[in-house]
Design a protein around this ligand. Structure first.
Ligand code: PLP
Length: 414
């Protein structure tokens, strides 16, 4: 038993009420091991593991890449496919669409009229960039922890519109509000952030950024793909102007449905960047049309109904589990993970006390050897920065055993 195994055994046995004394620590007896195994198999803090078949085979610590599909979502998609084969209920697609919109709005503190379903998070970044009436000399501010789409879109905008992209550096894994304030001025039209960074899980405090940019007359956009589904929030109270996040990660829906929130006061001036039959509110003579004025003005074509069915079921599921419970459980586990990685001498890229479910560290090991060992043990994770950075994501279905499976492998290699 190495030090890590010993500590893990102690913690587990204490939790299971098995180890009476730590004085003569040795490997667990077969009876204790069986008791431990029973105990840990029952370790399902949110009571959701049965809904996630992936938990039977893998320590799936990769929801920041793709969330595994839970049973209720799979059932909704199957049922959608059956409907497409039989056409028994013609009103169903529209009803599902409207229920999903209502569910998103009520779960995240928005009004239905402020919610549109786009196809991807990247759609929203483009939409916001294209809606603003940029003048040469305007600027926008992002930070190093943002997702690659933002840099692609805004470098292109810089080239086409003569605006300046200002990039806040990450300091100790954080993009600090004071560094945003220092780069924001009267020509700042937009601050765009990954609400929770895909790189290290750093979570922005949106009300602070909203205050900074609104004082200069600009807008705040939050890419919410790593945020939606991981903690309770109210979009009105966050102060954000626009936010969007695809369903295939922490909402446990699928690709192709990305709810967009647009604060009501922006719905009049914001123009869609593409048009089609989906926006028609009223048909006028001479092939003219009155277009919708709510957030549905961004829904220009038929939606991806299978993805909407998945989103609808997923939002119902996440609502039932409870965002407060999800946040408490996953943030605690992520906190333990941070502490224990530090205990194993690893260098964290994620800041201490960060309220998110993502943890990244520089593992300082051979990525090929580490990657193969983790794969052999059925641990799923993501390498970033050419394999130097290990990103771990703790979902609602993960438990202490999943985290231990990863930590034990690292402990044996250091
Ligand atoms: C922060 C962030 N934004 C955007 C995306 C991409 O989302 P989409 O494919 O919906 O554009 C990802 C994907 O990993 C991400 O982590």
């Amino acid at each position: 038993m190495n030090d890590y195994d010993r500590r893990t055994f102690l913690r587990r046995t204490a939790a299971a009420g098995i180890a009476a004394s730590t004085a003569s620590l040795s490997l667990p007896s077969p009876a204790d091991a069986a008791a431990l195994s029973t105990k840990t198999n029952l370790d399902d803090p949110l009571g959701v593991r049965a809904q996630f078949p992936v938990t039977q085979e893998l320590a799936y610590l990769n929801t920041a890449s793709q969330g595994p599909m839970p049973r209720p979502v799979q059932e909704a998609v199957t049922s959608y496919a059956e409907e497409r084969m039989t056409f028994r209920d013609p009103s169903r697609q529209q009803a599902t669409f409207e229920r999903a919109r209502e569910r998103f709005a009520s779960l995240f503190g928005a009004e239905r009229d402020e919610v549109a379903f786009l196809y991807s998070t990247s759609d929203a970044e483009n939409l916001v960039a294209n809606a603003i009436d940029w003048k040469p000399g305007d600027n926008l501010v992002v930070d190093e922890l943002h997702f690659v789409t933002a840099f692609v879109v805004f470098r292109e905008l810089e080239r086409r519109a003569g605006v300046e992209l200002r990039i806040v550096p990450a300091v100790d894994g954080r993009a600090r509000p004071e560094d945003y304030a220092a780069r924001t001025d009267a020509r700042t039209r937009l601050i765009s952030v990954a609400w929770v960074s895909n790189r290290n899980g750093f979570r922005h405090h949106l009300p602070t950024l909203a205050e900074i940019v609104h004082a200069r007359g600009g807008y705040l956009y939050a890419d919410g793909i790593q945020a939606f589904g991981t903690f309770p929030t109210n979009l009105h109270a966050e102060g954000v102007d626009f936010a969007c996040g695809n369903g295939y990660k922490w909402l446990f829906a699928d690709f192709g449905c990305a709810p967009l929130y647009v604060r009501r006061k922006h719905l009049d001036w914001m123009q869609p960047d593409r048009f089609g039959h989906g926006q028609v509110a009223e048909t006028l003579p001479d092939n003219r049309y009155e277009l919708t004025r709510t957030a549905s003005k961004f829904e220009y074509a038929n939606p991806s109904h299978a993805s909407i069915a998945a989103m609808d079921a997923a939002l119902g599921f996440v609502t039932d589990v409870g965002l407060d419970r999800i946040a408490r459980h996953t943030h605690n586990l992520a906190g333990d993970l941070r502490n224990e990685l530090v205990g194993l001498g690893r260098n964290l890229f994620t800041p201490a006390d960060n309220p998110s479910s993502i943890v990244s560290c520089y593992h300082d090991l051979d990525p090929e050897v580490l990657g193969s060992a983790l794969a052999r043990e059925g641990v799923r994770f993501t390498f970033q920065e050419d394999g130097k950075l290990l990103r771990i994501a703790v979902g609602m279905f993960n438990n202490r055993d999943d985290v231990d499976r990863l930590l034990q492998i690292i402990a044996r290699m250091v």
